[in-house]
Design a protein around this ligand. Structure first.
Ligand code: HEM
Length: 57
């Protein structure tokens, strides 16, 4: 099974935006549990992960 990438690593990927995280977290991915979140939780989690990356997005 693939290893879960640390949030810091995900945050540094150029493709990681709040919108991309919203889409990702609403779909199924191999090796990752299906996490069911409310709209507000998704917003907060996506903002948190993006905040770990470079400040230009
Ligand atoms: C709130 C909890 C979680 C969030 C927000 C989250 C978020 C993410 C994101 C954004 C990626 C994509 C990275 C990329 O695009 O390369 C990812 C990948 C992955 N996650 Fe999670 N994850 C969570 C919990 C978990 C847990 C609990 C596990 C394992 C038990 C897990 C296992 C994985 C794996 C194996 C991948 C790689 C999938 C692949 O490369 O195909 N995740 N996760």
């Amino acid at each position: 099974m693939a290893t879960a990438p640390p949030f810091q690593l995900v945050a540094r990927m150029p493709s990681t935006t709040r919108l991309a995280l919203h889409v990702f977290l609403r779909t199924s991915h191999a090796g990752m549990p299906n996490i069911v979140l409310t709209e507000q939780e998704l917003d907060e989690l996506a903002a948190y992960i993006v905040s770990l990356g470079p400040s230009d997005k």
